[in-house]
Ligand binder design. Sequence first.
Ligand code: APR
Length: 244
Amino acid sequence: MGSVKKAAELIKNSSNVVAFTGAGISVESGIPTFRGENGLWAKFDPSFLELSFFYSNPEKSWRLIKDIFYEYFGKANPNEAHSFLAKLEEKGKLIGVITQNIDNLHQEAGSKNVIEYHGNSKYLVCTKCGARYDFTEERIKDIPPLCDKCKGVLKPDFIFFGEGIPYEAITGTEALLEKGDLLIVIGTTGEVYPAGLIPIEAKNKGMQVIEINPQPSKVTPYADVFIQMKATEAAKALEKELEL
Ligand code: APR
């Protein structure tokens, strides 16, 4: 319990908390992680999410995207960890969430300032003319989905390997790290760059770091407090400690 009490003290003494989340925060909402024994990359070859593979094999890539991502979305609901961050924002403690996830669960939990570092699965973008469409099941009935305007192949609006991070995600993240005094990292191996640099940058800017993860990760060496728990357990314990 020591780590929860220590983390609660840090949160109480901070006024500009920033959260940084990965797939682990959505595990208890039913969405699998990428790495680890039941991870998606143990079952599927991530090369289908290479941008070059997508452009040369849109149908094959889309078949996997549809089976793997879209079959979970829509059914998954935010959990207590997503709600905990939304509550901290509502209380004026948390100034934003930087997420690597594309499941939209932070927004569905009520978080307002969410930086989608790897984009979002709720939109499709035309690879030819740039037209954007809301994602609907109907739109991906036939794959690859094509643009109504120019018949170009539509791509999910999340970042593929080899694709640049959205400009607004980079500037939004910088702004939060400029203002933030405490970073709460939940559910990431910290193995993918440049997202993995965020906790290091936070430390370099003098922010304190709390990590919540049932396993140590690449972030753990930078953590002032490491809560070795599942996201929802830690969230419930912190809410109790903070009397939220
Ligand atoms: N609560 C909190 N953390 C958990 C839980 C849980 N219940 N279960 C697992 N975890 C942790 C794992 O210990 C691991 O550290 O979640 C982390 C999941 O790691 P990854 O699967 O690597 O997910 P992530 O770090 O978000 O991956 C980063 O890699 O494949 C790309 O673009 C993809 O955004 C993704 C990026």
